[in-house]
Design a protein around this ligand. Structure first.
Ligand code: GRF
Length: 206
């Protein structure tokens, strides 16, 4: 597997998306190599998952140790480059990336968001969709640009909203789709590749 398949995962939370990516690698269904996991939170479950799976570099970087967001992101970016990663995969990373970081890794940062973008961008895509009353929501894998949750869309999956849904029950069904979609999209990304036409992602070799 070449260096082009090396990924860094950035995560702030429980890390279930990281977990399914690592499992898909183990079972041979996702041809990437997680070289580095970075979290901004020491208590993030993602750090334990990464250590347990034997990820070569597992880092907690504390934003409070850095002068500002740009300085913190520079430290993250330096670690990512030192680890030789071609792609940055955000998996529940709860900090907004500085423009300098997005430019440094332009076109190589991927995020998963729990709504059908462009609807319900922002911190609570699940609760906002439920409160709005949509009957169908879902998840989106997209490239990261300077606009929050605004980059070109790589893949989406739909999830119906049920009458008795709570935020938790809806998020659980969205996460089940995320866990299918994220490893599958990473596989397609490194195996097929894509070009961008306007806002559209055009997959190659499919
Ligand atoms: C996911 O729902 C993802 O869409 C959002 O944050 C959540 C992360 O979940 N960006 P986990 O930490 O991977 O379980």
């Amino acid at each position: 597997m070449g260096a082009g398949n090396n990924i860094a995962v950035m995560a702030s939370g429980k890390g279930s998306n990281l977990q399914v990516i690592l499992e898909a690698i183990q079972t041979g269904t996702c041809p990437v190599h997680v070289r580095l996991v970075i979290s901004d939170r020491a208590e993030a479950g993602a750090l334990d998952i990464a250590r347990h799976a034997g990820v070569p570099d597992v880092l907690h970087l504390n934003p409070k140790d850095h002068a500002d967001r740009t300085a913190f992101d520079t430290a993250c970016g330096d670690a990512i480059e030192a680890a030789g990663c071609s792609w940055i995969v955000l998996a529940g990373y709860m900090r907004i990336l500085s423009p300098a970081f997005v430019q440094r890794f332009a076109g190589r940062i991927i995020n998963i968001h729990p709504s059908l973008l462009p609807a319900f961008a922002g911190a609570d895509g699940v609760g906002d969709a439920l409160d709005y009353g949509v009957r169908i929501t879902g998840c989106t894998v997209h490239l990261v640009d300077e606009v929050l949750d605004g980059g070109p869309i790589l893949a989406q999956a739909a999830v119906p909203v049920l009458d008795d849904d709570t935020r938790d029950s809806l998020h659980a069904r969205i996460q089940a789709e995320e866990h299918r979609l994220y490893p599958a999209t990473l596989k397609r990304m490194v195996e097929c590749g894509f070009t961008i036409r306007g806002r559209r992602v055009i997959w190659k070799n499919t």
